[in-house]
Design a protein around this ligand. Structure first.
Ligand code: NAI
Ligand code: MG
Length: 500
C-alpha cells in the first residue's frame, strides 16, 4: 500500500451517504460459453481455431470465450460483405434500407435492459450510465440515420451520392455498443455493407447485437462481425477488399492505420484521443459548473475521448471551486457497476489501470498535489479512486497526455486570452467546455478554441444529429449528423469535405 492508499482506507466513509445496495438483476442476460464469428448472417467457428476469454473487469471473473479471428476469417467476412453489397443491399430501394434501420432501433429499445446489463458486466461501467446514456443513444443513432436513408438526394443536392462498398470498422471498449451504432448506422443508411471489429475487452454487446440483426431479418452479409485483438484489426485495415476504414481508438494505432492506407485511395476516418479543456470563468454558476466538471471527467470512469480532463479555473474563484469540487467528490459512490447507486464503476482492463497508475505516479513525482476522497475500493477487479491534481504545470505529463481514467488536472488562468492559449496548448483538439454567464463570451471562446465540439455551461452531451470529431491528433472526419454520412458516400467528381 502506498501512503495515499493507507490514508484513503483509514479515513471514514461519510456515513450520511450510505445507501442500501440496489443491484440490478443480471439474469436477463444469458451468455453462451463460447462465441464464433458472425459472417454471412450466421455464427461460424473461426478458421483460426483460436479463442480467448472475456471477463467482468469488476471482479476478474470470466464471462465467455470469444474467437480470435485470423487472416482467413477476416477475408471470409470481407467476401461476405462484398457479396451482400453487390447482390442486393446497394440496389435495394432506400426506403427499404430505412425499414431495417428502424427495426434495429426499435429492437434495441425493446431489449435495452438486457443490453445495458451486459454492457456493464463486460465493460465495468455503471448500470445507471449504460441504461440512461449508452442504450438510449445507440437506439437514437439508428432512428436518426434510418430517417436519412431515403433522403440522400436531398441531403446532398446535385452531388449524386453513392455508397462506397465495404466499410471496415474498428471500435474501442469505452462505449462498445454506442460506438457500434455510430459506425454501423450511417454506413448502412448510405448503402454500404460492413465488417466490424469490436475491442478485445468488450465484445459481448456486439455479439448480442448480431442477434438483433437476425431478429430484424437484415439480409445476410450486410453486417459481419469479427472479434479479436489488434492483430484482427490490422488484418481488416490491410485487406484490399475493404473500401473504407473507420477507426476509433488510440492516436498511436490511428497513425499506423493512416500510414498503412496512404496512397491506396481507400478512404479513412479517424476518431482518436483528446485532452479537453473545461474552462470556468468567475461569472459561472459555480454549483452547476461543479456538476459539469464531475460529469466531464468521472463519467464512464474517465474512459471518454472527449473527457474534460484539464480544468482551467479563473484565478479569482480557484479556492471555492477546488473546495466545492473536493466536497462533491466525497459523495461519489465507487463500486459494483450493476448497483443502481454507483457513480464510478470499474476500470475497463488491467492494461488501462496500469496506464492510469503510471500517469498518476508521474503527476506526483513531477510535483502536483493529489487528492482522492475517502472510499474503499473492492479487493478484486480493476479500480481507481476519483482523483484531482492541483498545482499542475502545463508541462506535466498529467496535463499533456491522455490518461483515459478518473483523473482531473486543475490549472488556472487570469484572462480569456490566457485561457485560450493554455486550452489550445495540446496536440489534441476534440472537445472543450466553457462556463460563463455571458453569451458573448461563449461565442468568442468557441470561435478561438481549436476543438471539434464545444459545450457551453454543460459537458459530455451527445445527440445523433450533432457532428462529432476532432482536429490535429484527435483525428479527422465527423460522425453524427449529416456530416456523418459523407465519409460513407462517393459523390460525382467531388471527394467529401471532411477528409478521408
Ligand atoms: P487501441 O487503439 O489499441 O484499441 C482500439 C481498437 O483498435 C481496438 O478494437 C483494438 O483491437 C484495435 N487495434 C489495436 N491495434 C490495432 C492495429 N494495429 N490495427 C488495427 N486495429 C487495432 O487502444 P487501447 O490500447 O485499447 O487503449 C490505449 C489508449 O488509447 C487509451 O489509454 C486511451 O488513451 C486511448 N483510447 C482512445 C479511445 C477513444 O475513444 N478515442 C478509445 C480507446 C482508447
Ligand atoms: Mg492498444
Amino acid at each position: 500500500m502506498t501512503e495515499l492508499e493507507k490514508k484513503r482506507s483509514a479515513a471514514p466513509v461519510p456515513s450520511e451517504w450510505t445507501y442500501a445496495p440496489a443491484p440490478e438483476a443480471r439474469d436477463i442476460v444469458s451468455l453462451e460459453e463460447r462465441y464464433g464469428l458472425f459472417v454471412g448472417g450466421e455464427f461460424v467457428e473461426p478458421r483460426s481455431g483460436e479463442y480467448f476469454p472475456t471477463i467482468d473487469p469488476s471482479n476478474e471473473e470470466p464471462l465467455a470465450e470469444v474467437a480470435q479471428a485470423g487472416p482467413e476469417d477476416v477475408s471470409a467476412a470481407v467476401a461476405s460483405a462484398r457479396e451482400a453489397f453487390e447482390n442486393g443491399w446497394s440496389g435495394l430501394a432506400p426506403a427499404e434500407r430505412a425499414k431495417y434501420l428502424f427495426r434495429i432501433a426499435r429492437i434495441l429499445q425493446e431489449r435495452s435492459r438486457e443490453f445495458a446489463v451486459l454492457e456493464s458486466l463486460n465493460g465495468g461501467k455503471p448500470i445507471r450510465e449504460s441504461r440512461d446514456v449508452d442504450l438510449p443513444l445507440a437506439a437514437a443513432h439508428f432512428f436518426y440515420y434510418a430517417g436519412w436513408a431515403d433522403k440522400l438526394e436531398y441531403a446532398f443536392p446535385n452531388r449524386r451520392p453513392r455508397p462506397l462498398g465495404v466499410a471496415g470498422q474498428i471500435i474501442p471498449w469505452n462505449f462498445p455498443l454506442l460506438m457500434l451504432a455510430w459506425k454501423i448506422a450511417p454506413a448502412l443508411a448510405a448503402g454500404n455493407t460492413v465488417v466490424l471489429k469490436p475491442a478485445e475487452t468488450t465484445p459481448l454487446s456486439a455479439l448480442l447485437f448480431c442477434d438483433v440483426l437476425r431478429q430484424a431479418e437484415l439480409p445476410h452479409g450486410v453486417v459481419n462481425l469479427v472479434t479479436g485483438d489488434g492483430r484482427t484489426g490490422a488484418e481488416l485495415v490491410k485487406h484490399e477488399g475493404v473500401d473504407k476504414i473507420a477507426f476509433t481508438g488510440s492516436t498511436e494505432v490511428g497513425k499506423a492505420i493512416q500510414r498503412e492506407l496512404a496512397g491506396t485511395g481507400r478512404r479513412l476516418t479517424l476518431e482518436l484521443g483528446g485532452k479537453a479543456a473545461n474552462i470556468v470563468f468567475d461569472d459561472a454558476p459555480l454549483d452547476q459548473a461543479i456538476e459539469g466538471i464531475v460529469n466531464g471527467i468521472y463519467f464512464n470512469q474517465g474512459h471518454v475521448c472527449c473527457a474534460g480532463s484539464r480544468l482551467f479555473v479563473q484565478e479569482s474563484i480557484y479556492e471555492p471551486v477546488v473546495s466545492k469540487l473536493k466536497r462533491r467528490l466525497q459523495t461519489l459512490r465507487v463500486g459494483d457497476p450493476l448497483d443502481k447507486n454507483t457513480d464510478v464503476g470499474a476500470i475497463n482492463s488491467k492494461q488501462q489501470l496500469t496506464k492510469i497508475e503510471e500517469l498518476v505516479a508521474a503527476g506526483e513525482a513531477e510535483g502536483a498535489e493529489i487528492y482522492q476522497p475517502p472510499c474503499r475500493l473492492p479487493e478484486r477487479g480493476y479500480w481507481f479512486a476519483p482523483t484531482v491534481f492541483t498545482n499542475v504545470a502545463q508541462s506535466y505529463r498529467i496535463a499533456q497526455e491522455e490518461i483515459f481514467g478518473p483523473v482531473l488536472s486543475v490549472l488556472t488562468f487570469r484572462t480569456p486570452d490566457e485561457a485560450v492559449e493554455k486550452a489550445n496548448n495540446t496536440p489534441y483538439g476534440l472537445s472543450a467546455g466553457v462556463w460563463t454567464d455571458k453569451g458573448s463570451r461563449i461565442l468568442a471562446m468557441a470561435s478561438r478554441l481549436r476543438a471539434g465540439v464545444i459545450w457551453a455551461n454543460t459537458f459530455n452531451r451527445f445527440d445523433p444529429s450533432s457532428p462529432f470529431g476532432g482536429y490535429k491528433e484527435s483525428g479527422f472526419g465527423r460522425e453524427g449528423g449529416l456530416h456523418g454520412l459523407e465519409p460513407y458516400l462517393d459523390f460525382d467528381g467531388k471527394a467529401d469535405s471532411f477528409g478521408g
